[in-house]
Design a protein around this ligand. Structure first.
Ligand code: BGC
Length: 752
């Protein structure tokens, strides 16, 4: 099932001129060309109206007229094959040029079968799992009539107030790169032309996750080094894996909106990286150049976006409105228009649409492929492998199947908040609730008592009393609390990233019963856990797990699955620590645990550390790391050093551990983070089993973006760890030797 496209292969495949496409371009009018560069919301098929703001909407019949006139080249977020066939017939049989439409959509973590939110899935530290869920997503989405996925979202998010943290792979660029590439491979499958393959769109290009204060759509003011080192690498990895479109982001970067950013969209993307696909704007982001104060009017906005490198305009209609005239007036060169049309048509061709406009519009496939049991099985597997165990005092978990349980909280029986943000094509009624999953796993379902206790954000009359009574009658309390699905996702930034007050009150009341409490946290971001939630006996981070939520949680609660996920984002102690990320700089006055606290880089109230750091997660097994070994103390410029350790499962339960190598560059011409993840390996160990885990370190692993914006490595001393989290372990040091260092030469010849 897993197919690996070699790096850059998909990009170079689009190099040569195609006679069919050149023939079309020769015959197309300016308006038809601008039409191919216009994507509009699909009003012909049922559209979820709550996805985007109301802008440039048309009735279905008006839209079909536009399609017939060749004034639109792609539609997005429509549902169902039947309507798509109508639109496609209009384009490919009734329009003058007969160019087929391309159907796009936001299929972020599943189409009909919903997988964990991407952040949750990143916690698995298994890119292969993401590749598999992306493959199934593409199978279902293409069965539903889509060709083009507005995913993966590969934005790095270092501030948990930002609502779109949920859609990405978290705070670390290395992890982000691997998940970005895996998802692209999964969407694409074996060959883009296959009926079940999708064009991937890594988004949002770029630095959208770096918005000031974590506030959605806000300004990004960022050093060019951080941009290149942290925010761009997942995009590059996605393109290397074969992604052939990308979406320009809403935000500005250092004063220039991304959607009009020539430096980003042309110099870096095409000049440095050789990207051969097309760039689509985000939803009306070209029009928003006016609100940014960067364009005076719509005509200018269209011109600035287009000339910067945005090939296709989403939803504003600015390109169809203004590009023909901009070309006539000479403000936009015809050759530039043709080039963008060529990019789009080539991809339509690569998708197989010229051979068969009805590819992926097969009612039989739609009926067969959306509800396959193997898709649900994968959803359950992905969900349980995404659950992070943060705490397990006195091994309260796993539970015996004859435990008397009080399942309490607004998420206990809820159905609306299982899927999480961006699940436009799924059906809430098909997901397994927490209560149903647990009841099915118990020997006797009457052992389970379910009490709501509180609403999501407001107390429930008599709720706490009923909850306390149920708790008193039970052996253990499972507390299903956290965030609703609309607290994360687009436009859902929060200032106070905590469990809502009404639910916190419920938790405090239940803690007073003295019963063991297991928190089942529902969350789209890292939260600052407080009071009785923080102090619970056990905490499971269950994100938004999708279709199989209840079954996956039950698998972990009763030990059918042993938790193996690790945090892809740091859980802070207090919300006010944001932005918080493990790979921060050291500062001139670093706070060091156990040393004097005054005049140090810290807040008054809390130390400068996470409650649960990036990379952290427990298992029902326990593991021990032996001190790490280095194959030498020096790394020759072109050489290799091996760092290794022995990990032992010291428990009587088989389990999986995620070994994480980190490095720290002690002195450099630009200051370096305290630690940086450089790899990871998930290993399965039987009870008592030991395994040797080793990683190769080469100069490339030590590179950073220097003053001249090139990746460089500098000779000097480095710390290295192999650890179970971003703050654990004991470092060893080695020295990277200079290129012509005598020791390097001797090491290369084996004389060292
Ligand atoms: C979002 C994109 C999405 C687009 C189309 C925008 O508001 O930022 O991520 O792909 O809408 O729905």
């Amino acid at each position: 099932m897993l197919v690996h496209v070699s790096l850059g292969q998909a990009q170079t495949a689009l190099d040569s001129r195609d006679p069919q496409i050149e023939g079309l371009i020769e015959r197309m009018t300016l308006e038809e060309k601008a039409g191919q560069l216009t994507v509009l919301a699909d009003e012909i098929r049922l559209l979820n109206p709550n996805t985007n703001p109301d802008a440039n909407r048309r009735r279905a019949d008006e839209l079909l007229k536009e399609v017939r006139a060749g004034r639109v080249g792609a539609l997005f977020n429509g549902r169902g094959v039947e309507g798509a066939r109508v639109a496609q017939r209009t384009a490919s049989e009734e329009s003058r040029m007969k160019i087929p439409l391309m159907f796009g959509g936001d299929v972020i973590h599943g189409y009909r079968t919903v997988f964990p939110i991407p952040l949750g899935e990143a916690a698995s530290f298994e890119p292969v799992l993401a590749e598999r869920t992306a493959r199934v997503t593409a199978i279902e989405a293409t069965a539903g009539g889509l060709h083009w996925n507005f995913a993966p979202m590969v934005d790095i998010a270092r501030d948990q107030r930002w609502g779109r943290v949920a859609e990405g792979a978290g705070e670390d660029a290395y992890l982000g790169k691997l998940f970005a590439a895996a998802r692209v491979r999964g969407y694409r499958g074996e060959h883009l032309a296959n009926a079940d393959s999708m064009l991937a769109t890594p988004k949002h290009f770029a630095a959208y996750g770096a918005v000031a204060g974590g506030m959605e759509y806000n300004t990004v003011d960022i050093s060019p080094q951080t941009l290149r080192e942290v925010h761009l690498p997942p995009f590059k990895a996605a393109f290397d894996a074969g992604a052939l479109s990308t979406m320009s982001s809403f935000n500005e970067i250092n004063g220039v909106p991304a959607t009009a950013n020539y430096e980003l969209l042309t110099k870096i993307l095409r000049g440095e990286w050789g990207f051969k696909g097309f760039v689509v704007s985000d939803y009306t982001s070209d029009m928003e150049l006016i609100a940014h104060g960067y364009a005076a009017n719509e005509r200018e906005a269209a011109k600035l976006a287009f000339l910067a490198g945005v090939d296709m305009s989403m939803q504003s209609g600015l390109y169809i409105e203004h590009l023909p005239d901009l070309v006539k007036s000479g403000e936009v060169p015809l050759a530039a228009l043709d080039r963008s049309v060529r990019r789009v048509l080539r991809i339509k061709k690569a998708l197989g649409l010229f051979d068969d406009p009805y590819r992926s519009l097969d009612p039989a496939r739609e009926a067969a492929d959306l509800k396959r049991p193997e898709h649900r099985a994968l959803a359950r597997e992905a969900a349980r492998r995404s659950i992070v165990l943060l705490k397990n005092r006195q091994n309260v978990l796993p539970l015996a199947r004859d435990t008397k349980i009080a399942l309490i909280g607004p998420f206990a029986e809820d159905r609306l908040h299982l899927h999480g943000p961006w699940t436009l094509f799924a059906n809430d009624q098909e997901a397994v609730t927490v209560a149903d999953g647990i009841a099915a796993a118990l020997e006797d379902p009457t052992l389970l008592q379910v009490v709501q206790g509180s609403s999501f954000e407001t107390p429930l009359r008599g709720g706490i009393d009923a909850a306390v009574q149920a708790a008193n009658e039970a052996d253990v309390v499972l507390l299903a609390i956290g965030e609703t699905h609309d607290m994360s996702g687009e436009a859902q930034s929060r200032t106070d990233i905590v469990v809502p007050a009404a639910q916190q009150m419920l938790a405090e009341a239940l803690a007073a019963t003295g019963k063991p409490i297991v928190v089942l946290l529902r969350n789209g971001r890292a939260l600052a856990l407080q009071g009785a939630v923080r102090d619970a006996d056990a905490i499971l981070v269950t994100w938004f797990l999708g279709s199989e939520t209840g079954n996956a949680i039950a698998d972990v609660l009763f030990g059918a699955a042993n938790p193996s996920a690790r945090l892809p984002v740091s859980f802070p102690i207090e919300p006010g620590q944001q932005p918080f990320y493990y790979n921060h700089k050291r500062t001139g006055r670093p706070f060091i645990k156990g040393e004097a606290r005054e005049f140090k880089a810290r807040y008054r109230e809390v130390p400068n550390e996470a409650l649960y750091p990036f990379g952290f997660g427990l298992s029902y097994s326990t593991f021990e790391y032996a001190p790490i070994n280095l194959s030498g103390t020096t790394l020759p410029w072109d050489g290799k050093l091996t760092v290794s350790t022995r990990i032992t499962n010291t428990s009587d339960r088989a389990g999986e551990e995620v070994a994480q190598p980190y490095i720290h560059d002690r002195v450099a011409s630009l200051t370096r983070p305290v630690r940086e993840l450089k790899g990871f390996r998930k290993v399965k160990l039987e009870p008592g089993e030991s395994i040797e885990v080793s990683f190769a370190i080469r100069r490339a692993d030590l590179e950073f973006v220097g003053r001249d914006l090139k990746w460089i490595a500098e000779p000097g001393v480095f710390d290295v760890w192999i650890a179970p989290s971003s703050v654990a372990g004991t470092a060893k040091t080695f020295r990277l030797l200079a290129e012509h260092d005598a020791a390097a030469t001797s090491a290369r010849t084996g004389a060292d």
